[in-house]
Design a binder for this molecule. Structure first.
Ligand code: ATP
Length: 435
């Protein structure tokens, strides 16, 4: 057996171009990360999977892409200006600051005593326009949900949906976390995939259950290890005042069992608060002759970066193949950043290279996430592709050219990442294999 440690994941992510520390050449910026070529491909695949499953794939869902900067009144109405805070303590001796609920009674760095706990608002303040006064202050959104609620009326007016229906959004969110840590698990700039699903008040339980099941279906499709996922029913006394029920989906990360996603029943808290503060009616027409309704809402909230981390931790494998130890990522095809790598057996044989280039170009038309590799020997190429989780390696050799009999002409060797097994496949059948 092998251990999946954070050290191994962070080092592989850096070494192979998935995730780098933010602004690295300047010594980094705490709580920020930059996704490299493979990381952005993995992240896009995760977001596309989610969007296909929950927006494009359904006829009761609508997508939006709202501005990150919003009128600050929206954050006052939602309660973020007054209440989006974490408890902060400062060590009287070394002056380091911590999240009070993450530490004990004394400073973990120097053993000093803590001062009083105070609430620290996690929204990043910024200024809109050229005049630097209080009226110009707004915030970088701390969650994407706000942009959904303020567009409720626009969606109702333009798309004429009927209850139940939902609005989904993927985008950046910013939180000035007191103590960013655990790699991309807790950063200050991250991405969310959120849904507000609007229902008649009496049918919230059905919708809640449906989204609970859907959340698991997404985790499955993304390759998140079921065994490591646990539902935590948030205790009644810990629920936000407007929530009647919340489930956290927790994952056994290498640093412990922590929240991956949330699912909350938020009643009509948000729509009613925005209606009151904006003076606009945020209702939806009901049956003929009935007054309009203010729907209640179920909110499934997915963090993109925590998904990336859970997918990496679920896919990480070490084994022995052909008597050699190897590391590989057992990504499902849908999220693998590279779907297949194409090689000429030898890079100094032009006829092999030309044929391999042809195969590469043909596959890339339909499946853009294809990689060309002609560096080093085949064994080294296999190991490199295994380490980035490429499901198939395709080699063009002399058989492909028909040098060893007409029956092998236009076939290639396809090697499977997980088993290391190789089979001969007709070039014409490759596209279907990669789907
Ligand atoms: P935590 O208790 O871990 O701080 P939270 O309960 O504040 O999380 P939510 O407000 O429910 O988180 O945010 C919804 C989702 O957004 C989370 O389930 C998580 O996937 C993601 N998320 C929240 N904060 C961060 C962060 N600082 N870095 C990365 N992802 C985050």
């Amino acid at each position: 057996m092998f251990d999946v440690t954070m050290e191994k994941i962070v080092s592989l992510a850096k070494r192979r171009g998935f995730i780098f520390p933010g602004s690295e050449i300047y010594g980094g910026l705490a709580g920020t990360f930059d996704y490299g070529p493979l990381g952005v491909a993995l992240k896009n695949n995760i977001k596309n999977l989610w969007w296909r499953m929950f927006v494009d794939g359904r006829d009761d869902m609508y997508g939006v892409d709202a501005a990150i900067l919003m009128n600050p009144k929206a954050w006052e109405a939602s309660g973020h200006v007054s209440g989006f805070s974490d408890p902060l303590v400062e060590c009287a001796k070394c002056k380091k600051r911590f999240r009070a609920d993450h530490v004990g009674d004394v400073c973990p760095e120097c053993g000093g005593a803590f001062g009083p706990v105070r609430q620290f608002n996690m929204m990043f303040k910024t200024q809109v326009g050229p005049i630097d006064d209080e009226g110009a202050v707004t915030y970088l959104r701390p969650e994407t949900a706000g942009g959904i609620f303020v567009n409720f009326k626009n969606i109702v007016d333009t798309m004429r949906p009927k209850l139940p229906f939902g609005i989904g959004q993927i985008g950046k969110a910013f939180r000035n976390e007191i103590a960013p840590r655990d790699f991309v698990f807790r950063s200050r700039e991250f991405e969310q995939m959120e849904i507000e699903y609007f229902v008649r008040p009496e049918s919230w339980e059905t919708a809640f259950e449906e989204w609970r099941v859907q959340a698991h279906a997404f985790m499955d499709a993304a390759g998140i290890d079921k065994e490591k996922v646990h539902e935590l029913e948030v205790a009644k006394e810990d629920l936000a005042h407007y929530s009647k029920r919340t489930i956290d989906f927790e994952f056994d990360f290498p640093f412990g069992r922590k929240e991956l996603y949330g699912l909350a029943y938020r009643t009509d808290f948000d729509l009613s608060a925005h209606a009151a503060a904006s003076g606009q009616s945020l209702t939806i027409p009901d049956e003929e002759g009935q007054p309009p309704v203010t729907p209640h809402v179920i909110e499934p909230s997915f963090g993109v970066d925590r998904t990336v981390l859970a997918v990496l931790a679920s896919a990480y494998r070490e084994d022995e193949l052909g008597g050699e130890p190897r590391t590989y990522l057992a990504f499902p095809k849908a999220v693998a950043p590279v779907k297949a790598a194409v090689f000429p057996l030898l890079k100094n044989k032009p006829e092999l290279v030309v044929k391999a280039r042809e195969v590469y170009a043909m596959l890339k038309k339909d499946t853009p996430q294809i990689m060309w590799d002609d560096n080093g020997n085949i064994g080294k190429r296999y190991r490199r592709q295994d380490e980035i989780g490429t499901p198939y390696c395709i080699t063009v050799d002399f058989d492909t050219l028909g040098e060893n009999g007409a029956d092998l002409k236009d076939t290639v060797t396809v090697r499977d990442r997980d088993t290391g097994e190789q089979q001969r496949v007709q070039i014409g059948e490759l596209a279907a294999l990669l789907k």
